[in-house]
Design a protein around this ligand. Sequence first.
Ligand SMILES: Cc1cc2nc3c(=O)[nH]c(=O)nc-3n(C[C@H](O)[C@H](O)[C@H](O)COP(=O)(O)OP(=O)(O)OC[C@H]3O[C@@H](n4cnc5c(N)ncnc54)[C@H](O)[C@@H]3O)c2cc1C
Length: 334
Amino acid sequence: MENQLGPVWVIAEQIDCRILPVSFQLVGQARILADRLKTSVETVLLGDQMDAQIHQLFAAGADRVYLGNAPELTYYQPEIYTEMIVRLAKAHRPEIMLIGSTSVGTELAPLVAARLHTGLTAHCIDLVLDDKKILEQKIPAYGGMISIICPEKRPQMATIASGVFPQPDLDENRTGEIVPLEIPAEIPHRIQTLEIVREEPDGIPLESAPIVVAGGAGAGDPEGWKIIADLSETLNAALGSTRPAVDEGWIELESMIGQSGKMVSPELYIGVGLSGELQHMVGIAGAKVMVAINNDAKAPIFEQVDYGIVDDCREFVPVLIEKIKEYQEKLVTC
Ligand SMILES: Cc1cc2nc3c(=O)[nH]c(=O)nc-3n(C[C@H](O)[C@H](O)[C@H](O)COP(=O)(O)OP(=O)(O)OC[C@H]3O[C@@H](n4cnc5c(N)ncnc54)[C@H](O)[C@@H]3O)c2cc1C
């Protein structure tokens, strides 16, 4: 039976022939949306030697996988990937297209959206259907949360970071249809990814750290930033940041937490010299215990945390580090 509405699509992503967790999270959310729309979930997967992994997409909720399986697709190739997805989308008319907010996804999504003459909402932090079954693509803006809708053009496109939606329960008994794809011969190859050289990240990865210390503009200068970094090291924590800290060059972009950065869910989060803007706070929604250190008692962060310390971080944090070290030494000698 033909679906009344087009399918919900997920553009899955792989690195080293392994499908990324965000792709499964998006398939899980696509399943929820598709069930409400009474339509199917379809996934496009481009890579090489991917056969062994496809059943996981079905287990996560996909009904059909369009599979491009060829050595030329091992790495993300902007022209080939865009052309293959655009041609497929024109042929199968998805209602919704979801893509991970990864380095690849944030480039690929606008390339595809522009070619399909449709809208795209980047870095969504929720996706729901309104009563007319239009996708509300939620992002933090204007000091609150807003919904962006694309009522006329199709597909309705959104990028979403890893960790926004949970990993779906896998049903290993689910199966689906695999549709093999050919690489169209006439696609230009002006840009080619020949090799990917990965930088090994320093320290504990933010996404899996039990303790996260995040610093913000209140650090003031590189010296102030060093104090926050020392606190992180003392606690054996991962060091995160807000956007201004990145803009100041105190730390790399990979450390940014929030709407356009990483999503973290530590047992303990300590925000130092940061105001608590929604674009940052959406990234720590999963934190269990939250602490803030800020010299302005009226800073919005204090309304969002479990424990607040009103003080100059440059004076308070060195004392805190000293006390933690004393405590750690006592633990060792006990
Ligand atoms: C589309 C969009 C996406 C964005 N995505 C992100 C994102 O993913 N992540 C992100 O972080 N931001 C993001 N931003 C930026 C975000 O809106 C805020 O500007 C940013 O989070 C504020 O960072 P901050 O709290 O460090 O700085 P500020 O808001 O300037 O706050 C600094 C705080 O430090 C305090 N302070 C100053 N001196 C001291 C001191 N000596 N001791 C203690 N406290 C002190 C001040 O009282 C103040 O509360 C985004 C913005 C947009 C428009």
